[in-house]
Design a protein around this ligand. Structure first.
Ligand code: ATP
Length: 278
């Protein structure tokens, strides 16, 4: 079943079109990442799907309803982690999560949510005293307290330290394992690679590539670069299939202690896609 279905989505601000005919399908239970440079239209698209922004044209279905007209029951089935929120700073972490949990019919227990995002030590702290990364974790807590069927994560790990980011990835995987559909926007390609079942690259308001992280932009079939050293001299060859070259090197008893075989990283593919669409 489809969680998100978008056909021909368009949106302009003051006559300048920033979303220019997007088609998108996200299946239930899928983790889908939207990538793209600053200003590509990711947040605008996401906000339209969340029902927070009006579209100019196109068909949009989210959990079977049009977000432009869907009511509070639909809203209770989705969770949203916005790029930056700054409200109710005088409440404590626990009070804020408790307050928001009251909006949902079957919320997670507050203590469970605090544990999931790793804010146990800060549960009695006032929100205004949190660090940037802790504040983001609270945002994530508020996004998941209602047990959403579909979770929107807009750059969720900006400001996280590396350990918090890994912990957040585990949380996303656990939510996905429970069947939560997740739409994620991120500038961290390793994050998209670690989490997403599929991803789409948005450039100037259009989807320029879509696929699994392994296949995006022909990555799986791209040439491999083999490098090694022979008598102190570095050799480097680009080959479609590295096996014959490796056999030849082995047969010749070449020193392979510095051997590397690499294919384009997701970042390489992403940068060339963005570069080609400037
Ligand atoms: N309320 C608004 N009024 C006018 N222009 C806007 C508005 N919101 C966004 N824009 C413009 O629309 C374009 C797309 O913005 P959007 O925030 O969707 O991009 P993004 O891909 O999410 O970028 P980022 O990676 O920086 O978050 C940008 O050029 C932005 O300046």
């Amino acid at each position: 079943m489809t969680a998100i279905e978008v056909r021909g989505l368009r949106k302009a601000y003051k006559g300048h079109e920033v979303v220019r005919g997007i088609d998108l399908d996200v299946a239930r239970g899928e983790v889908f990442a939207l990538l793209g440079p600053n200003g590509a239209g990711k947040t605008t698209t996401t906000e339209i799907l969340e029902g927070h922004r009006r579209r100019d044209s196109g068909e949009v279905r989210v959990l079977g309803e049009d977000p432009g007209t869907a009511g509070p029951e639909w809203r209770a089935r989705i969770g949203i982690v916005l790029q930056d929120t700054d409200d109710a700073a005088d409440l404590t972490v626990h009070e804020m999560i408790k307050h928001v949990s009251g909006f949902y019919p079957g919320p997670r227990p507050v203590a469970e949510v605090i544990g999931l995002v790793g804010l146990e030590e800060k549960k009695k702290s006032r929100i205004r005293t949190l660090s940037g990364g802790q504040r983001r974790r609270l945002d994530v807590a508020l996004g998941i307290v209602g047990r959403p069927e579909l979770l929107f994560l807009d750059e969720p790990t900006t400001g996280f330290d590396p350990e918090a980011r890994r912990r957040f990835w585990d949380l996303v995987r656990a939510l996905a394992a429970e069947g939560t559909t997740i739409l994620l926007t991120t500038h961290y390609l390793e994050e998209a690679e670690a989490l997403a079942d599929r991803l789409a690259v948005l450039a100037s308001g259009q989807i320029v590539a879509e696929g699994t992280p392994a296949e995006l932009g022909g990555r799986a079939s791209a040439a491999a670069r083999v490098t090694w050293h022979e008598n102190g001299v570095r050799h480097s060859e680009e080959v479609a299939d590295p096996a014959p070259l490796l056999r030849k090197l082995l047969a010749a008893d070449t020193d392979l202690s510095t051997l590397t075989v690499t294919r384009p990283t997701l970042e390489d593919v992403y940068l060339s896609l963005i570069g080609a669409n400037r």
